[in-house]
Design a protein around this ligand. Structure first.
Ligand code: HEM
Length: 128
Protein backbone atom coordinates (compact mmCIF):
# COMPACT_ATOMS: atom_id res chain seq x y z
CA UNK A 1 0.00 0.00 0.00
CA UNK A 2 1.58 3.32 -1.01
CA UNK A 3 1.46 6.47 1.14
CA UNK A 4 -1.12 8.27 -1.02
CA UNK A 5 -3.38 5.24 -0.90
CA UNK A 6 -3.13 5.04 2.91
CA UNK A 7 -4.20 8.69 3.18
CA UNK A 8 -7.05 8.14 0.69
CA UNK A 9 -8.24 5.08 2.63
CA UNK A 10 -8.23 7.03 5.90
CA UNK A 11 -10.18 9.89 4.27
CA UNK A 12 -12.69 7.46 2.70
CA UNK A 13 -13.35 5.45 5.85
CA UNK A 14 -13.67 8.50 8.11
CA UNK A 15 -15.68 10.84 5.86
CA UNK A 16 -18.50 8.51 4.75
CA UNK A 17 -20.27 8.49 8.14
CA UNK A 18 -19.75 12.26 8.52
CA UNK A 19 -21.35 12.76 5.10
CA UNK A 20 -24.44 10.75 6.11
CA UNK A 21 -24.75 12.74 9.38
CA UNK A 22 -24.27 16.13 7.65
CA UNK A 23 -26.86 15.18 4.99
CA UNK A 24 -29.45 14.46 7.73
CA UNK A 25 -28.53 17.68 9.57
CA UNK A 26 -29.06 19.65 6.31
CA UNK A 27 -32.44 17.93 5.76
CA UNK A 28 -33.61 18.56 9.35
CA UNK A 29 -32.52 22.23 9.29
CA UNK A 30 -34.29 22.71 5.96
CA UNK A 31 -37.46 21.11 7.39
CA UNK A 32 -37.30 23.53 10.33
CA UNK A 33 -36.87 26.52 7.99
CA UNK A 34 -33.33 27.29 9.20
CA UNK A 35 -32.00 28.52 5.83
CA UNK A 36 -28.56 29.63 7.04
CA UNK A 37 -27.86 26.38 8.91
CA UNK A 38 -29.16 24.39 5.94
CA UNK A 39 -26.95 26.30 3.49
CA UNK A 40 -23.79 25.74 5.55
CA UNK A 41 -24.46 22.02 6.14
CA UNK A 42 -25.33 21.48 2.45
CA UNK A 43 -22.03 23.11 1.43
CA UNK A 44 -20.17 20.83 3.88
CA UNK A 45 -22.00 17.82 2.39
CA UNK A 46 -20.85 18.95 -1.09
CA UNK A 47 -17.25 19.15 0.10
CA UNK A 48 -17.63 15.62 1.48
CA UNK A 49 -19.01 14.37 -1.90
CA UNK A 50 -15.78 15.56 -3.51
CA UNK A 51 -13.62 13.91 -0.83
CA UNK A 52 -15.56 10.63 -1.19
CA UNK A 53 -15.37 10.60 -4.99
CA UNK A 54 -11.65 11.47 -5.09
CA UNK A 55 -10.64 9.03 -2.29
CA UNK A 56 -12.92 6.22 -3.56
CA UNK A 57 -11.88 6.78 -7.18
CA UNK A 58 -8.21 6.71 -6.22
CA UNK A 59 -8.60 3.56 -4.10
CA UNK A 60 -10.41 1.84 -6.95
CA UNK A 61 -7.67 2.90 -9.38
CA UNK A 62 -5.01 1.69 -6.94
CA UNK A 63 -6.71 -1.70 -6.59
CA UNK A 64 -6.78 -2.09 -10.38
CA UNK A 65 -3.00 -1.53 -10.47
CA UNK A 66 -2.63 -4.57 -8.17
CA UNK A 67 -4.69 -6.86 -10.41
CA UNK A 68 -8.08 -7.03 -12.10
CA UNK A 69 -10.76 -4.38 -11.75
CA UNK A 70 -12.64 -5.40 -8.57
CA UNK A 71 -16.25 -5.77 -9.78
CA UNK A 72 -17.77 -5.47 -6.28
CA UNK A 73 -16.07 -2.10 -5.63
CA UNK A 74 -16.87 -0.91 -9.17
CA UNK A 75 -20.58 -1.58 -8.58
CA UNK A 76 -20.22 0.03 -5.15
CA UNK A 77 -18.65 3.17 -6.66
CA UNK A 78 -21.49 3.48 -9.21
CA UNK A 79 -24.11 3.02 -6.47
CA UNK A 80 -22.26 5.61 -4.33
CA UNK A 81 -22.53 8.14 -7.19
CA UNK A 82 -26.26 7.34 -7.37
CA UNK A 83 -26.47 7.88 -3.58
CA UNK A 84 -24.90 11.33 -3.98
CA UNK A 85 -27.44 12.13 -6.72
CA UNK A 86 -30.25 11.01 -4.36
CA UNK A 87 -28.93 13.26 -1.57
CA UNK A 88 -28.91 16.23 -3.96
CA UNK A 89 -32.34 15.33 -5.33
CA UNK A 90 -33.85 15.02 -1.82
CA UNK A 91 -32.39 18.33 -0.57
CA UNK A 92 -33.18 20.16 -3.83
CA UNK A 93 -36.81 18.94 -3.99
CA UNK A 94 -37.31 19.67 -0.29
CA UNK A 95 -35.99 23.21 -0.78
CA UNK A 96 -38.42 23.79 -3.67
CA UNK A 97 -41.32 22.42 -1.57
CA UNK A 98 -41.80 19.50 -3.99
CA UNK A 99 -40.69 16.74 -1.62
CA UNK A 100 -44.06 15.44 -0.44
CA UNK A 101 -46.33 12.39 -0.35
CA UNK A 102 -45.50 9.43 -2.56
CA UNK A 103 -42.54 11.18 -4.11
CA UNK A 104 -40.79 11.53 -0.74
CA UNK A 105 -41.53 7.87 0.16
CA UNK A 106 -40.15 6.78 -3.24
CA UNK A 107 -36.89 8.69 -2.70
CA UNK A 108 -36.46 7.70 0.98
CA UNK A 109 -36.89 4.00 0.10
CA UNK A 110 -34.35 4.33 -2.73
CA UNK A 111 -31.97 6.25 -0.46
CA UNK A 112 -32.16 3.62 2.33
CA UNK A 113 -31.63 0.67 -0.01
CA UNK A 114 -28.75 2.36 -1.87
CA UNK A 115 -27.03 3.45 1.37
CA UNK A 116 -27.26 -0.08 2.82
CA UNK A 117 -25.91 -1.61 -0.41
CA UNK A 118 -23.00 0.88 -0.50
CA UNK A 119 -22.09 0.16 3.15
CA UNK A 120 -22.45 -3.63 2.79
CA UNK A 121 -20.42 -3.68 -0.45
CA UNK A 122 -17.81 -1.31 1.07
CA UNK A 123 -17.25 -3.55 4.09
CA UNK A 124 -17.47 -6.73 2.00
CA UNK A 125 -20.56 -7.97 3.90
CA UNK A 126 -22.06 -8.93 0.55
CA UNK A 127 -20.29 -9.88 -2.69
CA UNK A 128 -16.71 -9.78 -1.34
C1 HEM B 1 -21.57 8.63 -0.80
C2 HEM B 1 -20.44 8.15 -1.19
C3 HEM B 1 -19.76 6.93 -0.59
C4 HEM B 1 -20.01 6.24 0.57
C5 HEM B 1 -21.09 6.52 1.63
C6 HEM B 1 -19.03 5.16 0.65
C7 HEM B 1 -18.94 4.24 1.68
C8 HEM B 1 -17.91 3.32 1.82
C9 HEM B 1 -17.71 2.47 2.97
C10 HEM B 1 -18.59 2.43 4.21
C11 HEM B 1 -16.60 1.71 2.72
C12 HEM B 1 -15.94 0.72 3.67
C13 HEM B 1 -15.01 1.59 4.50
C14 HEM B 1 -13.92 0.92 5.22
O1 HEM B 1 -13.42 -0.11 4.78
O2 HEM B 1 -13.53 1.50 6.26
C15 HEM B 1 -16.10 2.06 1.41
C16 HEM B 1 -15.00 1.49 0.80
C17 HEM B 1 -14.67 1.68 -0.55
N1 HEM B 1 -15.24 2.61 -1.41
FE1 HEM B 1 -16.68 3.94 -0.92
N2 HEM B 1 -18.24 5.21 -0.48
C18 HEM B 1 -18.65 6.27 -1.27
C19 HEM B 1 -18.12 6.66 -2.49
C20 HEM B 1 -17.25 5.90 -3.26
C21 HEM B 1 -16.90 6.14 -4.65
C22 HEM B 1 -17.47 7.29 -5.49
C23 HEM B 1 -16.02 5.15 -5.01
C24 HEM B 1 -15.33 4.87 -6.35
C25 HEM B 1 -15.44 5.59 -7.41
C26 HEM B 1 -15.80 4.31 -3.85
C27 HEM B 1 -14.94 3.21 -3.81
C28 HEM B 1 -14.65 2.49 -2.67
C29 HEM B 1 -13.65 1.44 -2.59
C30 HEM B 1 -12.75 0.99 -3.75
C31 HEM B 1 -13.66 0.94 -1.28
C32 HEM B 1 -12.77 -0.18 -0.70
C33 HEM B 1 -11.67 0.48 0.08
C34 HEM B 1 -10.65 -0.46 0.62
O3 HEM B 1 -10.75 -1.67 0.46
O4 HEM B 1 -9.71 0.07 1.23
N3 HEM B 1 -16.56 4.78 -2.82
N4 HEM B 1 -16.91 3.04 0.88
Amino acid sequence: MDAVNSVMSIIHSSVWSLLVVVFFIAYILLSKGNQKGYFISHQIARLFYVLMIVSGGYTLFYLTTLGDLPINYTIKGILALWLIYLMEKILGSKKRGEFEGRMSTYYWVQFTITLLLVIFLGFGVIFS
